[in-house]
Design a protein around this ligand. Structure first.
Ligand SMILES: NC(=O)c1ccc[n+]([C@@H]2O[C@H](COP(=O)([O-])OP(=O)(O)OC[C@H]3O[C@@H](n4cnc5c(N)ncnc54)[C@H](OP(=O)(O)O)[C@@H]3O)[C@@H](O)[C@H]2O)c1
Length: 284
């Protein structure tokens, strides 16, 4: 695969940053250079050298999406954006790779399969489900459905490392269950799919490993850091009690990885990747 035929959109986000590292010769654009909500902008763009669009752009502020302005932004970026990209991709015959989320589900099933019916609990999940529907309607598409993404940028693990350093004993939710996804794993899976000309369609993708709660993960982080901060377990309901504009969250986020693993993709566990990530972060 010729990297110069790849366009990375949303390249300053967590996933976009990891994609730029993997494909240094690809063209990488973010909001300022290419706004996916503007069909006019997209139509004026020179697509002639590209074969693959990797769309890492999204509105990812789950609670922000519940506000008046956020609701509009989430739908524009997560639904209208993919509509525009799908139109361009089908018109030009390009492959469109898009990223979905466990938030398209209500989290009532223990493990989510790719073909589970959508049942989003909030605006973010609804807007992402709309994006999935349009992307899945074009022929040359990949949708990678992921959960609990950790990379370069603001994320849960970084927040807890900071809390660990400050000696704070945090209250952490213990009834949301899932697995982390390091951007390195997402990038490996993206490369696996596009390099092997894999069948188009939707693929679940998180790191493999044990299903854990955010509280369990926090305890692992503190243990690895060698600090003795105490994790106070709370339920999701207790954590968000009396706060406004909070999105309901799925309680069970674990994704069934059987489809992509069945095609030969070798998953790495989030436990191993977490240790590497903590060592890198604490060495900074
Ligand atoms: N983070 C998670 O835990 C999680 C979990 C499941 C699925 N996902 C999905 O994984 C994908 C990548 O997430 P991420 O964590 O890497 O997101 P992120 O860090 O929030 O990055 C999103 C990027 O998209 C850019 N963007 C926003 N609006 C745009 C527009 N109109 N046109 C072009 N670019 C725009 C953002 O730019 P600005 O910063 O300038 O706005 C940002 O650089 C998303 O599809 C997300 O829904 C994420």
């Amino acid at each position: 695969m010729n990297q110069k035929e790849i366009l990375i959109i949303g390249s300053n986000g967590q996933l976009g940053t990891a994609l730029k590292t993997k494909y240094p010769r690809a063209v990488a654009v973010d909001y300022e250079e290419l706004d996916i909500t503007s069909l006019k902008n997209l139509k004026a763009f020179d697509w002639s050298r590209f074969k693959i669009i990797l769309n890492a752009a999204a509105y990812t502020n789950v609670d922000g999406a519940e506000t008046n302005e956020g609701r509009i932004a989430a739908w524009k970026i997560n639904a209208n954006g993919p509509v525009n990209l799908a139109e361009i991709a089908s018109e030009k015959g390009l492959i469109l790779l898009h990223i979905s989320t466990d938030y398209v589900f209500d989290g009532m099933t223990n493990k989510h399969n790719e073909d589970e019916s959508f049942s989003p609990l909030g605006v973010y999940g609804s807007s992402k489900a709309a994006g999935d529907l349009i992307v899945s309607s074009i022929e040359k598409h990949y949708i990678l459905r992921t959960s609990w993404v950790i990379g370069e940028g603001k994320n849960f693990v970084r927040t807890m490392i900071e809390i660990g350093r400050k000696g704070i004993n945090p209250s952490v939710v213990s009834d949301q269950i899932g697995r982390l996804t390091f951007t390195s794993e997402l990038v490996r899976a993206i490369d696996f799919l596009i390099s092997n000309n894999s069948d188009f369609g939707t693929y679940n993708l998180s790191n493999d490993g044990k299903e854990n709660s955010w509280a369990d993960i926090t305890r692992k982080i503190f243990k690895e850091m060698g600090v003795d901060n105490i994790v106070n377990e709370v339920t999701t309901e207790e954590y968000y009690n009396n706060k406004n504009d909070i999105a309901r969250r799925p309680l069970k986020s674990t994704l069934n990885l059987g489809k992509i693993q069945g095609m030969g993709f070798k998953s790495k566990t989030w436990e191993d990747e977490l240790l590497k990530y903590i060592n890198e972060e604490t060495a900074k």
